[in-house]
Design a binder for this molecule. Structure first.
Ligand code: AR6
Length: 171
């Protein structure tokens, strides 16, 4: 499977000029720390107001808002699983996050989308296992949706970058 349309970057996701960026949010969708905090700061208060309207989001699902003050036109908010050792359906829930995001990307006609490493920060999901799921779902989405021109994975630290490089080297 080709990796041509999958790229890695170390850039802050709030500075990326993709059609859409993905937020690793929590069930309330009302902001938090990590990438969620950075996205809310970058987008400004209109994002929080839009998120209030959404009324939360179950784990594994996704919701979309505008990007407001961000360079990205859209923000797709998804809620990854908290890692409990892998026995509570975490891999399936994480895969569902990526599929939910790609489904919204398709619905809204996004051609470029940037993802943080969902669940691998505060939520504790092991980085290599998470990267493998992200890459598998990205390859699947690229095969199914020809409108999708590029998928950017944001590797905010070196351990994350190594995990994605390893995953991309696998078939
Ligand atoms: N740009 C790109 N990636 C980033 C940025 C950034 N500006 N900041 C952090 N990361 P986390 P989670 C990376 O903890 O594990 C929030 O409080 C970070 O290095 O943001 O899904 C939510 O409200 C890591 O690789 O998300 C939830 O309560 C990745 O983003 C909870 O955290 C995800 O780390 C969600 O936890």
């Amino acid at each position: 499977m080709t990796n041509d349309k999958i790229q890695l970057t170390g850039e802050d996701i709030t500075r990326i000029k993709a059609d859409g960026i993905v937020n690793a949010a929590n069930n309330s969708l009302l902001g938090g720390g990590g990438v969620d905090g950075a996205i809310h700061r970058g987008a400004g208060p209109e994002l929080l107001a839009a998120c209030w309207e959404l009324g939360g989001c179950p784990t594994g699902e996704a919701r979309i808002t505008k990007g407001y003050n961000l360079p990205a036109a859209w923000v797709i908010h998804t809620v990854g699983p908290v890692w409990h050792g892998g026995t509570q359906g975490e891999p399936e829930l994480l895969a569902r996050c990526y599929r939910s995001c790609f489904s919204l990307a398709r619905e809204y006609g996004l051609t470029t989308i940037a993802f943080p490493a969902i669940s691998t920060g505060v939520y504790g999901y092991p980085k290599e296992a998470a990267a493998r799921i992200a890459i598998r779902e990205a390859r699947r989405a690229l095969a199914e949706n020809k409108t999708l021109a590029s998928i950017l994975f944001v590797c905010f630290n070196s351990a994350t970058r190594l995990a994605y490089e390893k995953g991309l080297a696998e078939p």
